[in-house]
Design a binder for this molecule. Structure first.
Ligand code: HEC
Length: 126
């Protein structure tokens, strides 16, 4: 192979898009969420009422998707909320989940990963 062909081949490999099926995408995102500690508090779909009668720790992500389905800036804002934590003085899920706000996640997730997670969460509408 000539050098120029080789360079073109290398470029093609580097630029090849990652074609994930929806199932692969979902699996990869759930893995990232689990690795990042999100699933310690969140669930994908609402769970049955707790035996102790307490509210869930955090909103199910399907409910997050429903709440922000018509909000064009949700991706940007929620990414920031995931990185810096939710404001305890302005809870978005007051009365629906427990009393403890979401702590910042910046120590365990990069901004790019947080954005990827949020964009996945936002399409979890039923
Ligand atoms: C220690 C528990 C905890 C962890 C860990 C956690 N969250 Fe949360 N999360 C919460 C709580 C509580 C709320 C509700 C905040 C509120 O009432 O405004 C929330 C809310 C959210 C929301 C909606 C915010 C809004 O303004 O409506 C998103 C999106 C979210 N979390 C994503 C994530 C992601 C992604 C991760 C992992 C990187 C994560 N969370 C980790 C507790 C947690």
């Amino acid at each position: 192979m000539r050098l120029s062909q080789c360079a073109v081949a290398a470029l093609f490999v580097a630029a090849a898009p990652v074609l994930a099926t929806p199932a692969e995408y979902g699996r990869a995102m759930l893995e990232l969420a689990t690795k990042s500690g999100c699933m310690a508090c969140h669930t994908l779909v609402p769970t049955a009422p707790r035996a102790d009668g307490l509210a869930p720790i955090a909103p199910a992500w399907r409910d997050v998707a429903i709440k922000y389905r018509d909000d064009p800036v949700a991706s940007e804002r929620l990414t920031r909320t995931v990185m810096t934590g939710s404001n305890p003085q302005a809870r978005h899920w007051a009365g629906k989940v427990g009393e403890v706000a979401m702590p910042p996640n910046a120590a365990v997730v990069s901004e790019a990963d947080a954005r990827a997670l949020v964009n996945w969460i936002l399409v979890l509408v039923p």
